[in-house]
Design a protein around this ligand. Structure first.
Ligand SMILES: C[S@@+](CC[C@H](N)C(=O)[O-])C[C@H]1O[C@@H](n2cnc3c(N)ncnc32)[C@H](O)[C@@H]1O
Length: 327
């Protein structure tokens, strides 16, 4: 499947915001402008048609998703993530503009979708401390760049999982002792006590039930094994600074009992990564357009503008976390 319908895209977008609903129309439109640039022209129209069908609710307090729409919206989000990440990855293969973008932002030639420049990447590798005898899992690995890099650098055996089937297809054949599998982080099927390390690079925002995902992750770790994650916390004008602390964040609250977590704040490096993205996008706008990739350029530009703005307001904090399973 290569495309998702406008309704599926909008419903999937609403699902990710359901906990903040009801939301006023202006807030939804501003959010959609940054995160759903495909639907620039018709977002409100699609929203209204979903309301007319009774899928979405509009009241004096704003827009929301009634319980009856939850299953459909959840499935829409899954489809939008899977198709969106697959389609993006496939279209960028062989693109010179994208190769230059990746080099400028990430300091290497490996396709990446995270918020980690070279410094954070080295810090992540140090936290993993992989050795040739180790097995590790890369959760939400996309096209497997980080998986392959960690495996080649350490000699360890790596397994990558992601919901985006074509991204996983592209990962197969990368160098390293590797295997890849299409899996949903909300329905993980993992061998028990099999991994020394689980890596999660900017992926723990996606599970519907992060506590259940983390239980599955820790069950798959050997005793004494570690989860190493990069994770950013955000707040908005209605939130509080408590949401910016790791313990007040969705991640901190979802960690299983008995797990010891230790973290380092890397907010400045996170801000720098968005700054690098904006600078590279400004320089490469024409190059993306010349390759027929203006839409992908635009969605990155909007996302980067929004996130750099969130950092500038002091509404973001970024962490590298190591959480150890009791031995
Ligand atoms: C921000 S990207 C990070 C990709 C990769 N870790 C990297 O560093 O480039 C998030 C990834 O999570 C995947 N993802 C989102 N929801 C998922 C889910 N429910 N199960 C598995 N993977 C998911 C996406 O397909 C995407 O590849």
């Amino acid at each position: 499947m290569n495309e998702t319908s406008p309704e599926t895209q909008v419903l999937g977008f609403l699902w990710r915001r359901r906990r903040r609903m009801p939301m006023p129309l202006e807030a939804l439109v501003t959010n959609a402008r940054a995160m759903l640039s495909d639907r620039d022209g018709d977002f409100v129209e699609v929203l209204e048609s979903l309301r007319d069908e009774g899928v979405v609710l509009e009241t004096g307090e704003g827009w929301s998703l009634p319980r009856s729409a939850h299953d459909r919206a959840r499935a829409a989000m899954r489809e939008a993530v899977s198709v969106g990440y697959s389609r993006g990855a496939a279209r960028l293969v062989g693109s010179d503009a994208h190769r230059r973008y990746v080099r400028a932002v990430y300091g290497w030639d490996v396709p990446s979708l995270n918020m980690m420049g070279p410094t954070q990447r080295q810090m992540l590798k140090a936290r993993c401390a992989l050795r040739p005898a180790h097995r590790f899992l890369d959760l939400g690995c996309n096209t497997g760049g980080i998986t392959s890099w960690l495996a080649v650098e350490s000699g360890a055996v790596g397994v990558g999982v992601d919901l985006a089937a074509s991204a996983i297809e592209m990962a197969r054949g990368l160098p390293g002792r590797l295997s890849f599998d299409v899996q949903d982080m909300d329905e993980l099927e993992l061998p028990a006590e099999a991994f020394d390390v689980v890596v999660a690079v900017d992926t723990l925002y996606f599970p519907d039930n992060l506590a259940a995902t983390l239980l599955a992750v820790f069950a798959s770790l050997k005793p004494g094994g570690r989860l190493v994650a990069s994770y950013s916390c955000y707040r908005n004008d209605r939130g509080s600074d408590d949401e910016l602390t790791l313990s007040g964040s969705g991640f901190g609250r979802a960690l299983p009992d008995g797990v010891q977590a230790e973290w380092e704040e890397v907010t400045e490096l996170g801000r720098e990564a968005w700054g690098r993205k904006l600078a590279a996008l400004a320089e490469l706008k024409a190059a993306f357009a010349a390759e027929g990739l203006h839409d992908l350029w635009l969605s990155r530009q909007r996302e980067s503008e929004t996130l750099a703005g969130v950092y500038d307001r002091g509404w973001a904090r970024r962490y590298l976390v190591t959480a150890v399973k009791p031995g």
